[in-house]
Design a binder for this molecule. Structure first.
Ligand code: AHG
Ligand code: MN
Ligand code: MN
Length: 323
């Protein structure tokens, strides 16, 4: 079986990028180890602190962030990092050629109930290797990413990765190594399964209400087929389901809180997941434009996310066309 190290060795990519990916994979093994111990690892519960987005931090948000930050900043190829749990970007080595953004622990509300969570990462080229980085260096559109992926901590620990040459999946074996289980994953163009937090329905824009309303009408409505629904409340688990058996995932703009029109963050949730989905033949849209075309203005900016089966994402865009 092909392990991650050998798969990266065979891939036609910069050796420095391989080292950065190795660092992320081995750190995620440690995060997975803490999750495996559950309450015994002392990582359940919340801290008294809030992150820059005003969310109460879980203990494991803080632990996972510290592990990734420390490991990446000790890798000489990393010029800087940005994290959901850090207010500002952090500079690394001056000779580093890569910038890494990450969501150290995605799906935090699932930690204490022992349901799937994940780590998401995105790797961008550093625009000016050799000098100290600034926040502006990170503000690159998603199509500039050189690699992206996630680790899903579920019944199995799974790593899913793209370096722009398709999407491959690995599982963590008992011997502590990731082995490739699927190569060149593809997302079917059509689907009969959707994922959205229905409790926000009354806050969505009118075209999103119309689209989901038509999904619910099933074979009696204009779409003409019956849909099933899932909501894990962990984007990593939802994207993993879509890469495994298809589907569409949506966390659209809503008007619950005018200061936060969307929930998901562009630089470490929207972009890396869009890169994976597009590399697997699916689509990713804000409802108005491809997510990876959005020019970021801030490191923690939020984005409306619709991704998965091409046919359904195109239909969502169509509902929004004249809105
Ligand atoms: P995080 O735990 O990193 O803040 O992200 C959670 C995100 C995402 O993973 C998930 O799709 C969504 O929030 C769930 O939101 P609701 O609680 O609104 O369903
Ligand atoms: Mn998240
Ligand atoms: Mn998070």
């Amino acid at each position: 079986m092909l392990n991650l190290h050998d798969a990266l060795k065979q891939a036609d990519i910069d050796p420095a990028l391989k080292e950065v990916l190795d660092t992320i994979a081995s750190t995620c093994k440690s995060i997975g180890g803490k999750l495996r111990g559950g309450a015994l690892s002392g990582v359940y519960g919340s801290e008294s602190s809030e992150n820059v987005q005003g969310e109460v931090q879980k203990k494991l948000d803080v632990v996972a962030n510290a592990l990734l930050k420390h490991a990446l900043l000790n890798n000489r190829h990393v010029a800087g990092v940005a994290s959901e749990e850090e207010d500002d970007v952090i500079g690394g080595g001056d000779e580093g050629r890569y910038l890494v953004t990450f969501d150290p622990l995605d799906g935090s509300s699932n930690i204490d109930i022992n349901v799937s969570v994940g780590t998401i990462f995105s790797i961008l080229p550093s625009p000016k290797p050799g000098s100290q980085i600034t926040m502006d260096d990170f503000l690159q559109a998603g199509h500039q990413q050189v690699a992206a992926g996630y680790v899903l901590y579920g019944p199995a620990i799974t790593l899913v990765l793209t370096t722009g040459q398709g999407v491959d999946m690995y599982a963590l074996d008992y011997d502590g190594d990731f082995y490739q289980t699927h190569a060149n994953i593809s997302v079917p163009d059509s689907t009969q399964e959707f994922a959205i937090n229905m409790s926000n329905q009354r806050f969505w824009e009118e075209p999103m209400q119309a689209y989901v309303g038509d999904l619910l009408l099933g074979e009696d409505g204009p779409i003409g087929k019956r849909f099933n629904m899932r909501w894990v409340a962990s984007m990593v688990a939802e994207v993993h389901r879509i890469l495994t058996r298809g589907g569409i995932f949506m966390y659209p703009w809503d008007k619950r809180d005018p200061a936060k029109p969307g929930k998901l963050r562009l630089m470490y949730e929207g972009n890396p997941m869009s890169f994976l989905i597009e590399q697997a033949g699916g689509a990713a849209s804000t409802t108005r434009m491809p997510i990876m075309d959005v020019q970021p203005k801030q490191i923690h900016e939020r984005v409306s996310v619709v991704l998965g089966a091409k046919e359904e994402v195109a239909r969502v865009d169509q509902y929004h066309q004249n809105a």
